[in-house]
Ligand binder design. Structure first.
Ligand code: ZN
Length: 403
């Protein structure tokens, strides 16, 4: 078994081996050599704010300035800016005293989500793990194998890159500064946790340290479900030693992680292995990470595929808008699932967590982009396919919802 660089304390997430902002000066917690393999643990992305219970109040009241709780950074000796850091995700597992996960719908006024205009109240489902499978007391007749992955993994940005991120995101926020939910999350010192930085150094860095919410050129919170066991990621390196951090482990997630608190969120561990490609950014023209999915994935052979076009819920035509089109595909699938007795919040959270495949099918046929959402039919223990007799509707359990 690889050496464990950090084992987390689930009851005390704020240790110096954890940080929740990106900044080049956050000191490494450990250093490894090129060719090393090691294990690191991670708390869930909220640092334990969400409980395994039947109330969604903790999701409604979550402090989003605390997220994400990241383990790291780990310095890789000898790696230089311009290199590609080759990271193997050798294996991923759960912690013995934390074999459960949660999925939430954020309140419209505290986070929102992809369908926040339709689902404004906070909701929650908790999941139990049975080996590779997840099932939930909050949704009946559903069970699926996890495609487990880190929602968030990336190397530290350089100061120049950090400044560029702050510049472009501030410019976007300025177009509608009071928007709810906000257009982007600007730096804030509130709940900033700068790892091993202390005192005024930490305070000053936190003023400009970027939030971990979006994915960016270094990777970060990309929420790519296929970054699972056995995958290999080629990260652009922007600082000496690369300074790799990760967190936000997802037992399973659907493409888009649409409910935002959206995957099956959990604590866990990852075994990493690193190599380097010297000057790889220039050699391969890499600006954002590239990756090779692993060989271990759930095997689903049959899907129902829902289409969406870039015409919104009010009937307004948008020009080639893939976000509008994917939203329609999701809403169409949810309406379908409701005919079988699932509630809207249950269906919303199911699409966010089950291994659904989202695709851009057409992006040239003016004026409609077409996006599709493929739902594996085998995750249900009854026949979900359309037939001449119509759907069988019955109660399918109950997700926790605030109102
Ligand atoms: Zn997550």
């Amino acid at each position: 078994m690889p050496n464990t660089l950090l084992d987390v304390d689930l009851k005390n997430a704020r240790v110096p081996q954890i940080h929740n902002r990106w900044h080049p000066d956050i000191p490494p917690i450990e250093s490894v050599d090129i060719g090393d393999t090691w294990r690191c643990e991670s708390v869930d992305w909220t640092g334990g704010q969400i409980g395994n219970n039947d109330s969604a109040n903790d999701v409604r009241d979550v402090q989003l300035t605390q997220v994400h709780y990241l383990t790291g950074p780990v310095r890789v000796n000898g790696v230089k800016p311009g290199d590609l850091l080759v990271v193997d995700i050798a294996d991923i597992g759960m912690l013995p005293d934390s074999e459960w996960g949660f999925t939430g719908i954020f309140d419209f006024n505290n986070g929102g989500g992809f369908l926040c205009d339709h689902y404004r109240d906070a909701g929650k489902m908790c999941w139990d793990f049975e080996g590779i499978y997840a099932k939930s007391r909050h949704i009946d007749n559903v069970k699926f194998a996890g495609l487990t992955h880190p929602g968030l993994i990336g190397c530290a940005p350089s100061m120049k890159l950090l400044e560029e991120w702050n510049r472009r995101e501030a410019k976007l926020i300025a177009t509608d500064p009071d928007r709810v939910p906000p257009l982007a999350a600007p730096p804030t010192t509130e709940n900033a946790w700068m790892g091993q930085m202390k005192g005024s150094d930490a305070e000053n860095a936190a003023k400009v340290a970027v939030r971990t919410v979006p994915g960016r050129e270094h990777g970060g919170n990309c929420d790519i479900k296929n970054l699972s066991r056995g995958s290999k990621v080629y990260f652009p390196v922007y600082v000496d030693g690369a300074n790799l951090s990760f967190g936000d482990i997802h037992f399973s997630q659907g493409d888009g992680e649409i409910s935002f608190c959206g995957a099956i969120e959990t604590a866990g561990w990852i075994d990493f292995h690193v190599d380097v490609i010297r000057g790889g950014m220039e050699k391969y023209g890499v600006k954002n990470p590239i990756f090779k999915p692993g060989p271990v994935e759930p095997r689903y052979s049959e899907y129902l595929v829902f289409e969406g076009i870039s015409v919104d819920e009010q009937g307004d035509q948008h020009y080639m808008d893939a976000t509008v089109a994917y939203r329609q595909a999701c809403l169409n699938c949810i309406e379908y699932l409701k005919k079988f007795g699932y509630s809207g919040p249950q269906a919303y959270m199911l699409l966010s967590t089950a291994p659904v495949i989202g695709m851009v099918s057409g992006i040239v046929d003016i004026p409609n982009s077409v996006c599709t959402l493929a739902l594996p039919t085998e995750i249900f223990d009854f026949d979900i396919r359309p037939n001449a007799n119509g759907p069988t509707s019955k109660s399918r359990g109950k997700a926790s919802v605030c109102s």
